[in-house]
Design a protein around this ligand. Structure first.
Ligand SMILES: [Zn+2]
Length: 293
């Protein structure tokens, strides 16, 4: 089987899995992969990803001009092109609307807390790209901010986007994000999350090399101080240069109640000592100042 035939068949399979798992409804979602140096294989617009056939795919160049195919390429082609432009290492892009992760994207809650070792080692953190009108050039602009430093992100009020060195690694990152979102949701419904300490986060990051994980950027030092070039988390154009992870300083694991939950304090007595990260403390103080105004 030629490389092109194999890629067409693999995109059909990834689309089938996404639809079977409920990551897309109707004609949602899109998938693409590099074909050689200067071409892409991409899903066409307006088809259900669960019932595609290899002959439906479009072949385009890296500017999005159609080279081959009976159908037009995905309406989110501009977002895919933006990823390939900034990430020469990426060979496949997957976009879907997995419901739990998209719930976090709608609530404006990034998946950036240090709670699962495997997620920290592979994805690092999953930020939220600002809301942008789907299928317009606004969406690539929103994605650009995070794409150099992350292999997965949420799209505010829309869905999720994952990238990989091959098609299945991009797809499996979508599975990981939805699984992570599901676990995070259950932990928050149960009322608490045990955050992994920053020292352990650093240790997990060290494992990336031994597992051959090529993360696009390191986890940010904490706390990232404004104006401190050593700890800056963005470059001059405002694009992320590292992965923001919320993890408490100090040895061992700490119990950090979610300060955003109104009933979090019910489980604590007046004498209970709690520890907050610098970021959480800053957020609490900002909230208090806002409510005084
Ligand atoms: Zn979408």
């Amino acid at each position: 089987m030629s490389t092109e035939a194999a890629l067409r068949a693999d995109i059909v399979e990834v689309g089938r899995r996404m639809y079977a798992r409920g990551y897309t409804a109707s004609n949602d979602g899109n998938i693409s992969a590099r074909l050689g140096q200067d071409r892409l294989v991409m899903t066409p617009k307006s088809v259900c990803k669960g019932f595609m056939t290899p002959d439906m795919m479009c072949i385009t160049d890296l500017e999005g001009r159609k080279i081959h195919g009976d159908r037009d390429p995905s309406s989110e082609m501009l977002m895919h092109l933006e990823v390939y432009r900034h990430r020469p290492d990426v060979r496949a892009v997957v976009h879907a609307h997995p419901p739990v992760a998209t719930g976090f994207a709608v609530a404006g809650i990034p998946l950036d807390r240090a709670v699962l070792a495997e997620v920290l080692t592979t994805l690092g953190s999953v930020p939220i790209a600002e809301y942008a009108t789907p299928s317009t050039s606004e969406l690539p602009a929103a994605v650009r901010k995070y794409v150099k430093a992350h292999d997965g992100m949420l799209l505010a009020n829309h869905g999720a986007l994952t990238l990989g060195a091959d098609l299945f690694s991009a797809y499996y990152k979508m599975e990981t994000i939805e699984h992570f979102a599901h676990i995070s949701l259950v932990a928050r419904l149960l009322g608490r999350e045990n955050l992994i300490a920053r020292e352990e986060v650093v240790r997990l990051q060290g494992l990336r090399g031994s597992y051959g994980i090529k993360a696009p950027a390191p986890i940010c030092a904490d706390p990232p101080a404004a104006g401190d070039p050593v700890r800056a988390t963005t470059d001059a154009s405002g694009d992320a240069t590292c992965q923001v992870v919320q993890a408490p300083e100090g040895g061992g694991q700490r119990l950090v109640p979610d300060p955003t939950r109104a009933d979090a304090s019910r489980e604590l007595s007046d004498e209970t000592e709690i520890r907050l990260t610098y970021r959480e403390l800053s957020a609490l103080i900002e909230d208090a100042i806002r409510s005084l105004r």
